[in-house]
Design a protein around this ligand. Structure first.
Ligand SMILES: Cc1cc2nc3c(=O)[nH]c(=O)nc-3n(C[C@H](O)[C@H](O)[C@H](O)COP(=O)(O)O)c2cc1C
Length: 180
């Protein structure tokens, strides 16, 4: 398989799609889809995502040091794919004021991870990986607290993944993995 990620088909590394919200030093709030995302450390809980240094998201995090990772359900896939070119990226979405950070969350997303920037690692060709310490995780209450495990993932709105250009897939049916 080529080393150029854009030529992968099938992608051996599907990436969960999230919406990253951030703000600039003047308070203007940004929102952008990201899919190169990972848990980086457990203590303190640290997550990271890949981003182009030229993107507003990277500039905002560098300037104000905060961001929120919002976890959308599959119902937002079309909106999210159209978002980079949309005249108004917030159309149909609602801002929820931040609690631990000054960056708002996206109400329509089932989970919000409020983060303060830990470090920005620069790679070649203007790419960076942005790591953030998670200060607070908020989830929608409905259906997430009780019920069976599969039901709780359904209540999360079926998280979904970037496969390759123009293709996505939601999380499949959760099942218990048997221990070796
Ligand atoms: C489903 C999807 C996933 C994306 N994943 C990433 C990503 O992981 N990293 C990235 O830099 N851009 C990613 N993009 C592209 C950015 O969202 C896009 O370039 C956007 O315009 C950047 O906005 P900003 O300049 O406000 O940060 C993705 C776009 C889509 C639609």
């Amino acid at each position: 398989m080529p080393l150029d990620k854009w030529q992968w088909s099938p992608s051996p590394l599907p990436g969960q799609v999230v919406l990253v919200t951030s703000r600039d030093s003047g308070g203007v709030v940004g929102i952008a889809p990201k899919s190169w995302l990972s848990v980086a450390a457990m203590t303190p809980l640290t997550i990271g995502f890949g981003c182009a240094l030229s993107h507003q998201t990277a500039r905002n995090v560098r300037d104000t040091g905060e961001f929120v990772v919002n976890v959308p359900g599959a119902d937002l896939a079309e909106t999210i794919w159209a978002m980079p070119e949309a005249a108004d990226r917030w159309a149909g979405l609602t801002r929820l004021p931040g609690v631990a950070v000054e960056v708002p969350s996206v109400l329509e997303c089932a989970a919000h991870l409020e983060c303060v920037c830990d470090r920005i690692v620069e790679f070649h060709e203007g790419e960076v990986f942005i790591f953030g310490t998670v200060l607070r995780i908020a989830v929608v209450e409905q259906g997430l607290a009780g019920g069976d495990t599969a039901g709780r993932y359904a209540a999360l709105g079926h998280p979904f993944f970037f496969l390759e250009n123009g293709w996505c897939a939601p999380l499949g049916e959760p099942r218990r993995a048997s221990h070796p």
